[in-house]
Design a protein around this ligand. Structure first.
Ligand code: ANZ
Ligand code: ZN
Length: 817
């Protein structure tokens, strides 16, 4: 029987893999070179979906390629299993979050097994297991000892729906990253990790990631950290003893400061405010409190503010300038106060024009007068109206003014960051309890390491309903404890940790997941780390990926890991959409992974995901065809089955048909390079071409028994094993091999067979030659189009999908953008 029948192959090979355990990473005695491949671990929300199917299929190509190449590969899987959805489900069903969580984990684990991902299952972990979260607590204690975990009061982001605080990183465009509610600010005392201590290193070490990480992720992290250089300048305020310091990136414009602004919501505003202006300030603050930061900073927002009845003294020219309170100055950036230079800062100019404040040009840029044009001139030029700075350039003036300020003791060069410390406490149940005991006499006392884990008390249903204080507070037996230091009555901290703590070090735990006396085995981490290839979504650009880098650096400083960066290479896969839109219930365009697998088989779904386009691009499921993938696999399977029936293993390939041998070896050579360059879709196209060539050799060439046909079929099985493991296994078995294609090894191209006449194909974009490709004379039109569109040179001239592609294989591709 030469039929490819995925539904019977799947259970058969799943059983075999269960027995063979082909992907278990080699132990200490295994001295093959090592590779560590990691997919961002899933959240157990229901079954696997199309997005999972894509990312895991793509990463599996890399993992299986390394296995075949003879590396000792670590490719683990686990679950990021704490978090709000489990808790919300538990409230709805009056159950415990663990029930929903672990049931979903089982479902996903079974789906992963059916989906044939090459995991080392022996390293499976769940972050909601006490055996795991115990080490979150242990790490928290280490951070606490080092002054890197601390509690402070202040304005924090609060989600009114989830009734918990959020980290800055979890507020996206003013909304809760989880539920979409508009985030408000509340004054609360919370726990923080001091990530700001690492701001410079997080920035500087990005040099090591250049080339390995997508540029846009590096840019997002750079902007998020937001380092800026400038100066602190102290202004005296009339009627007040201490000066007020402002941060400015343009100290050169100091002579152009015509007013002074304090953040309306900063305590400083009322400290400075003249008594007769206090009612106006209070009224204004009430208005400001209703706005989000996004609204406050929107450049097109009409400027608002109140005069505080005071004046500040410019430290260089003694000028008196009015002090205002306004919302466009933020209380938690710089010093919460600014010197306003309306001629050269647009927000200041808008404010000055609204309230008729003076505008003084101090940098001659050749542009129209800002007071007339309404447009500030932020650029470079020569200084004017600036006493000792006149005639200097911007850079020269900055150096000179910093010198002058230094001599007078009224200022100095300064660096500022946008990055804030990581707010890690949450007022929710399903997370890691913060291992701190509050004692009236001893203060904050960490739970001693030998008493960890502090496990969650058993709460369920209504007890978990959000009420603004942590549900743990209601577990009074759990909360009331003896102080570990003085034995007096004390209270446990009732907050839990942000679940991003769990994912900040899980990749280290995989190196020794069962260890029970440390979070990870330092030697094993040295052996496997850092991660050679990380694969996951770009939505984590400034969350998980920044936090993990921070954790790694702290652990590096503790001497526990010997590398400063956890992920050497990062691949962000695109999204799977349908009919051009993200899949959603409300649009009714969802595609169910299970149904796709039932209809076309695992291999066809995986192949479709990989073949759809470059891995970074979105896949529109309406534009691809799993049915066509299944047909191709049936064709490939028939080639392997027929070759297997016609000849036995061990044939002398060199006596086979030379033409087919050349195609086979060229394919090996190209697929190897394409997989290494992450051009997986083109690698699949090459594999398809090899299938066609083998089919032709069977039908109209030397026939199925020719050794070259066997060679092509065996090669096909190994190449296919990266994307279509069931088809590849069964084909390999039909070819007389065992026990599994996973042990076949990657074929080597024979150089003698690679010398092959090629033709040069010209690729035009909008009629202009943009690239030349060396291709085989018998390349298919589809493969050529694929190749042309994958060309870096061509892609820089394309902005999205081209309107039309005209292919004249093998010599010309004409793209209409
Ligand atoms: C005077 C000035 C003149 C400024 C000029 C800019 C241009 P970055 O680059 O983001 O660090 N600023 C300082 N603290 C602020 C706060 N709490 N809220 C809002 N704005 C604040 O921006 C630094 C600049 O943003 C500072 O430099 C200050 O305006 C403003 F021609 O000072 B500048
Ligand atoms: Zn005590």
């Amino acid at each position: 029987d030469e039929q490819y029948d995925p539904q019977t192959l799947q259970p058969k090979w799943q059983r075999r893999w269960e027995e063979l355990d082909p992907y278990r990473a080699g132990g200490d005695g295994d001295d093959r070179p090592r590779k560590y491949l990691l997919d961002m671990f899933p959240y157990p929300s229901g079954d696997l979906h199309m997005g999972h199917a894509e990312v895991f299929a793509i990463a599996d190509v890399v993992a299986r390629y390394w296995f075949q190449k003879g590396y000792n590969v670590l490719h683990p899987i686990g679950w990021d299993s704490f978090g709000l959805p489990a808790e919300n489900a538990a409230i709805r069903r009056n159950a415990h979050p663990a029930e929903w969580t672990y049931a979903n984990i089982e479902t996903q684990a079974n789906s992963f097994k059916r989906y044939g991902i090459s995991f080392d299952w022996s390293r499976r972990l769940h972050t909601s297991d006490p055996e795991y979260y115990r080490w979150n607590q242990w790490l928290f204690n280490r951070f606490f000892e080092r002054g890197l975990a601390y509690r402070k009061g202040g304005l924090v982001n609060w989600c009114p729906v989830d009734q918990t605080v959020l980290a800055n990183e979890q507020v996206v465009a003013g909304q809760c990253e989880r539920c979409g509610a508009t985030v408000i600010r509340r004054e609360l005392t919370q726990w923080y990790f001091k990530i700001t201590d690492y701001a410079d290193r997080l920035l500087d070490d990005m040099a090591q990631l250049e080339g390995g990480w997508p540029e846009r992720v590096l840019t997002m992290q750079r902007n998020w950290i937001g380092r800026s250089e400038g100066a602190d300048v102290a202004f005296q305020i009339e009627g007040r003893a201490e000066p007020v310091t402002v941060y400015t990136t343009r100290p050169d414009t100091l002579y152009g400061a015509t007013f002074f602004v304090v953040a309306a919501d900063a305590p400083l505003a009322e400290e400075i405010c003249a008594p007769e202006q206090l009612p106006a300030l209070e009224a204004y603050r009430a208005e400001v409190a209703k706005l989000t930061d996004i609204e406050r900073l929107a450049t097109d927002k009409e400027k608002t503010g109140v005069f505080l009845g005071r004046h500040a003294i410019n430290p260089v020219n003694g000028e008196r300038v009015p002090v205002w309170a306004a919302d466009y100055v933020l209380s938690d950036y710089g010093h919460g106060a600014i010197m306003a230079v309306p001629a050269h800062d647009q927000r200041d100019l808008d404010f000055a024009l609204k309230f008729s404040l003076p505008v003084r040009v101090v940098v001659e840029t050749g542009l129209p007068d800002p007071a007339e044009s309404g447009t500030a001139t932020p650029g470079e030029g020569r200084l004017v109206n600036s006493g000792p700075l006149d005639g200097l350039t911007k850079t020269g003036a900055i150096a000179r003014i910093v010198e002058i300020l230094g001599e007078r003791g009224t200022g100095a060069a300064a660096v500022n960051y946008r990055l804030r410390d990581w707010l890690l406490s949450r007022q929710r149940y399903w997370g890691t309890p913060i291992p701190i005991i509050h004692c009236p006499d001893c203060g904050e006392v960490p739970v001693p390491d030998d008493q960890l884990p502090v496990t969650l008390p058993d709460l369920r249903g209504d007890a978990l309903a959000p009420k603004g204080v942590s549900p743990l507070a209601s577990a009074t037996d759990w909360v009331n404890v003896a102080c570990p230091k003085c034995d007096g009555p004390a209270l446990r901290d009732t907050d839990t940790m942000d679940t991003f703590v769990d994912s900040s070090w899980y990749f280290l735990r995989y190196c020794s997941p069962q260890l029970d006396d440390a979070p990870f085995d330092v030697e094993q981490v040295r052996r496997w780390g850092p991660i050679d290839q990380y694969v996951g979504g770009v939505e984590h650009a400034v969350l998980h990926l920044l936090y993990s880098r921070f954790f790694t650096k702290v652990l590096h400083d503790m001497g526990m890991v010997d590398f400063p960066e956890p992920f050497l290479r990062l691949l962000n896969q695109g999204q799977v959409v349908n009919q051009g839109k993200a899949m959603s219930k409300s649009l009714g365009n969802g595609v169910d992974l299970g149904e796709q697998i039932d209809a076309f088989g695992v291999d066809a779904v995986r192949l479709t995901m990989v073949f759809a386009g470059p891995p970074e691009d979105d896949i529109d499921w309406a534009d691809v065809s799993a049915a066509a993938s299944q047909k191709f696999l049936a064709r490939a399977f028939r080639v392997m089955a027929e070759a297997g029936a016609a000849s036995a293993p061990g044939a002398d390939f060199s006596s086979g048909d030379t033409e087919l041998r050349k195609v086979t070896h060229r394919t090996i050579d190209e697929v190897t390079r394409l997989v290494e360059a992450h051009k997986f879709n083109v690698a699949v196209a090459r594999t398809m071409e090899l299938t066609t060539a083998a089919r032709r050799a069977i039908d109209t060439g030397p026939g199925a028994a020719d050794p070259a046909v066997r060679e092509a079929a065996e090669t096909l099985a190994v190449l296919l094993s990266l994307v279509a493991p069931y088809c590849a296994e069964e084909g390999w078995e039909r070819l007389g091999h065992g026990p599994s294609v996973t042990r076949a090894g990657w074929p080597a191209a024979e150089p003698a067979l690679l010398v092959q006449e090629s033709v040069t194909c010209v690729v035009q974009v909008a009629g202009k030659v943009r690239d030349r490709l060396e291709v085989s004379p018998d390349i298919s039109g589809a493969a050529l189009e694929e190749l042309a569109l994958a060309s870096e040179k061509v892609r820089t001239y394309l902005d999205g999908a081209p309107r039309k592609v005209i292919v004249r294989a093998p010599k010309l591709v004409n793209i209409v953008p």
